[in-house]
Design a protein around this ligand. Structure first.
Ligand SMILES: Cc1cc2nc3c(=O)[nH]c(=O)nc-3n(C[C@H](O)[C@H](O)[C@H](O)COP(=O)(O)OP(=O)(O)OC[C@H]3O[C@@H](n4cnc5c(N)ncnc54)[C@H](O)[C@@H]3O)c2cc1C
Length: 819
């Protein structure tokens, strides 16, 4: 029997609505937050539908931990919204949220974790989050029952705390209702209606509702719900555990939250008792046959054996636990995603269909800010700030398959408390999409990383070297390999497998007009030329960063990065729909791409290429069909590494033969296979921007130093042009600068704060080691640009002098580049 009351039916005069301005599906913290914030923006006729009762899914049983610094700029910015929201709601509704600002403490008992905390401390500076590094004694003062003898230190956030999730949800609901939102419980949405790629409404157990906006805030049901419209939202429920002890004598109600990540546990005070929650290394996916329809305020069965190892460690960390009984063993499901980040935003598959789900156990602390961000997105029709880290358009169909999703979330949940090493790769659910060159690169020693399911060589092991990642904040086991690939590319030739690129063929009489509307650069070029361009949003923010090659008068090839292929293709398709005579075809898998980059690229390629590569006839940006080693290829003279180079694309089937021919011919010129890690350090030295790190929908081309590629006077007005015209008259708020440390020792990985004269003026959006320069380098936006200024970059709590520059840190001095 359903233990929830259907609140619709008892109301006799209740008329089920037929239309709405927005339908929000799911009455957990996510859906309620969207409803509240959308109503605050002045939206009327919002309907929130909940299949059972508000908060009866995952929200009710959360531990309620609230923290601000979540390790990435986007996630932190969103989480920071929570605290002011609690006060705002209490003032607006009179409903208390139970927020206690007792602070939080992250402890470290090994050098790796201590470095992680020190780096997090520095990042907190950049994000404006108050944090303090404290010693073991002070940690003991904050947390009286803590075993501190083995601690190296702790990270203290005085403004973190805990909230009562049910009260928070009720406050959001009350606030939303006060603003006119209709919250209807006991109604399940059973179908998604759409016409010509746009959502038009929903079907429910009580009838149909027409609406141009539908929000999937269905928590761990989000996957199943989105599947009704064949939209991938890879969220999988996993069992999630905590125990609550018997009352603990002398436990202060002001006790901070404690995180012992190496003990896989967190602790909080809970009405005089201790609540101990687990992030065990290997989690248990749940609901594999689907979530039971009657699920409502439910708990899952205990699994003491699974929790036991965590509890044993907990007894060592908090010895009083040996003497205190467990009153409650709690097991409840939560939705997890393949990359540990939630989904927020409009889907690629259906206009007007938005998602906010898959919170990976941070829905209470993030739901407030995430709901606000989504409401603003719905309101203005575009990402309101840089939300690319959580963009729902990164979700792919293969990620929803159980064979991929189940092992991956089991790993992903555990990694939430594992070391957050730079460049950490998932180990499960790999080898989904192999490059046509996979066998060849594997033979050459490749060690792979996956982007959007595509396996790409990150670096190449030497013969006899183990192909494994030994992670570190310092020089990891691949450091020397990357140095070698990097310098081979600078001095001779590097061979890069770039087949993971997204490649889209745009054809038809309106192809030029369509691409001109999107591109800041002009695509009215002669066939056989390639341009580099950005695509903007209406505010002038950078939505895409790619190249366009004119193949024929009415035929273009758009080439973009693997991680952003889906969102760029969506943008292209949506623009193409407003033109009659243009078609777009995704040819990404049809062609392989080999980058041949380096000062000797020409000498190396010429003997096997049946066209002249001489600079006089094959200039930068030229793109030609020619036979290479007997195979028809397209050679495009372009480079992301700052050296002479060609990207050679050929049919996927021909690629192995081409790679072998290039590898064989490479011997005389010192050509070596090189991976994505080397490409990253090479592009950083040359100051090439990376979309998703250095440029985003929040950054405009003036701030990003990309004015050179703007054609503001071209015939067709491009999206974002009028916003840029206005921005052109203003001083940029900040500028993307390149930074190099003076000291060759420390390593930059990105996210480090930039200081000038003691003031934090930004943070690094990318960081790495410049092997040609012999020091760590990075790119980052600075609000104060002083070319002779005494910049400092803070790494793990220590500030290092740095030189800031608006120009690339490295320019090739190579005559071969110009010859
Ligand atoms: C043990 C545990 C501890 C946690 N601790 C914390 C913590 O300390 N801090 C923190 O930030 N987070 C924590 N979380 C995570 C947090 O609880 C979740 O991230 C958050 O509650 C998710 O909210 P939601 O709105 O996305 O999902 P839910 O609360 O599950 O809401 C989704 C709603 O959608 C409804 N629904 C689904 N399908 C339909 C449909 N077709 N039609 C109508 N309605 C539908 C469901 O009934 C449900 O009520 C914890 C989670 C667990 C399990």
């Amino acid at each position: 029997m359903n233990k929830c009351i259907n609140l619709v039916n008892p109301v006799l005069e209740f008329q089920f609505p037929k239309t709405a301005s927005a339908v929000i599906v799911g009455g957990g913290v996510a859906g309620l937050s969207v409803a509240y914030h959308l109503s605050k923006l002045g939206w009327q006729d919002i309907i929130l539908l909940e299949r059972k009762q508000i908060a009866s899914g995952t929200t009710w049983h959360a531990a309620g931990l609230v923290r601000s610094n979540i390790g990435s700029a986007t996630l932190t910015r969103i989480a920071k919204e929570a605290q002011p929201l609690f006060s705002e709601l209490e003032a607006a509704t009179g409903q208390i949220t139970g927020f206690k600002q007792n602070g939080s403490l992250g402890i470290a008992n090994n050098t790796a974790r201590w470095e992680e905390h020190r780096r997090a401390y520095s990042f907190a500076h950049a994000m404006g989050v108050e944090a303090h590094l404290i010693d073991a004694r002070e940690a003991g003062r904050h947390w009286p029952f803590l075993e501190t003898s083995d601690l190296l230190g702790a990270l203290w956030y005085p403004h973190d705390g805990q909230v009562n999730p049910l009260d928070f949800a009720q406050a959001l609901a009350k606030g939303a209702r006060q603003n006119g939102v209709q919250i209807i419980e006991g109604v399940k949405v059973t179908a998604i209606r759409s016409t010509r790629g746009r959502v038009t409404g929903v079907k429910t157990t009580e009838g149909e509702i027409e609406s141009p906006i539908v929000v999937n805030a269905a928590g761990m049901w989000a996957h199943e719900f989105a599947r009704l419209a064949d939209i991938p939202v890879p969220v999988q429920a996993c069992e999630h555990f905590y125990v609550v002890t018997e009352p603990v004598e002398g436990l202060p109600s002001t006790l901070p939250v404690l995180r012992d990540m190496d003990g896989c546990a967190y602790y909080k005070e809970d009405a005089g008792k201790l609540l101990i929650g687990a992030f065990e290394p290997k989690a248990k996916p749940w609901g594999l046959e689907g979530i039971p329809d009657e699920f409502c305020f439910d708990e899952l069965p205990e699994d003491f054996d699974h929790f036991q190892p965590i509890l044993e460690q907990a007894m060592r960390r908090v010895p009083i636990l040996e003497k205190i009984g467990i009153r409650k063993f709690f097991n409840g499901p939560e939705g997890f995603t393949p990359d540990q980040r939630y989904y927020l935003g409009e889907t690629a598959e259906l206009l007007g269909f938005y998602v906010l789900a898959g919170f990976n156990s941070i829905g209470i602390q993030s739901g407030g800010g995430a709901g606000k961000a989504l409401a603003e997105w719905i309101d203005c029709g575009e990402m309101p700030f840089d939300l690319t880290a959580v963009d729902a358009q990164r979700a792919l169909h293969h990620e929803t398959k159980p064979s991929f999703l189940i092992p991956r979330v089991s790993e992903a949940l555990g990694l939430l408390y594992a070391m957050h090493w730079p460049g950490r790769e998932f180990e499960t659910s790999r080898n989904v999409v192999l490059s046509p060159l996979h066998n060849e690169t594997e033979e050459a020693g490749a060690v792979y990383g996956a982007v959007s399911g595509k396996e790409r060589p990150n670096w190449y092991a030497k013969p006899g070297q183990k192909r494994e990642y030994v992670y570190s904040y310092g020089r990891a086991n691949w450091f020397e390999n990357v140095a070698l690939e990097h310098s081979a590319t600078r001095r001779a030739v590097g061979l890069f497998d770039q087949s993971s690129f997204g490649k889209f063929l745009v054809k038809g009489r309106d192809a030029v007009s369509c691409l001109e509307r999107l591109s800041t650069n002009s695509v009215s070029i002669s066939p056989g030329r390639t341009i580099y361009t950005q695509w903007l949003n209406s505010r002038g923010g950078i939505e895409a960063d790619l190249t366009v090659t004119r193949l024929e008068d009415e035929q273009f090839l758009v080439t973009t990065g693997a991680a952003v292929s889906k969102r760029d293709l969506t943008r292209l398709n949506r623009m193409a729909q407003s033109f009659e005579r243009v078609t777009v075809k995704d040819v990404s898998n049809k062609f392989a791409v080999i980058g041949v980059m380096g000062p000797y690229a020409r000498d190396f390629l010429q003997p096997i290429t049946e066209t002249s590569l001489d600079h006089s006839v094959f200039r930068f940006g030229a793109s030609k069909l020619a036979r290479v080693a007997g195979m028809i290829c397209r050679l495009t003279r372009i480079s992301y590494v700052g050296e002479l180079g060609w990207e050679i694309s050929c049919l996927a089937d021909d690629a192995p033969k081409l790679w072998r021919a290039l590898s064989a011919d490479g011997q005389g010129f010192g050509a070596v296979p090189a991976g994505m890690y080397a490409m990253n350090t090479l592009r950083l030295e040359k100051g090439y921007r990376h979309w998703g790190h250095d440029i985003s929908p929040e950054d405009n081309p003036f701030e990003a130093g990309l004015e050179y590629f703007l054609r503001l006077e071209k015939n067709v007005e491009f999206v974002g042009q009028s916003a840029l015209m206005e921005k052109r008259e203003l001083e940029p708020r900040r500028r993307l600068m390149a930074f190099r440390l003076d000291d060759p020792g420390p390593l930059l990985h990105g996210n480090e704060p930039i200081f000038i004269e003691g003031t934090c003026v930004g943070w690094l959006t990318s960081g790495g080691f410049g092997h040609s320069l012999g020091v760590s380098i990075g790119l980052g936006y600075a609000s104060v640009v002083k070319l002779d200024g005494a910049y400092e970059i803070e790494i793990a709590g220590e500030r290092f002098p740095a030189v800031g520059s608006l120009k690339p840190l490295y320019e090739p001095e190579n005559p071969h580049l110009r010859a």
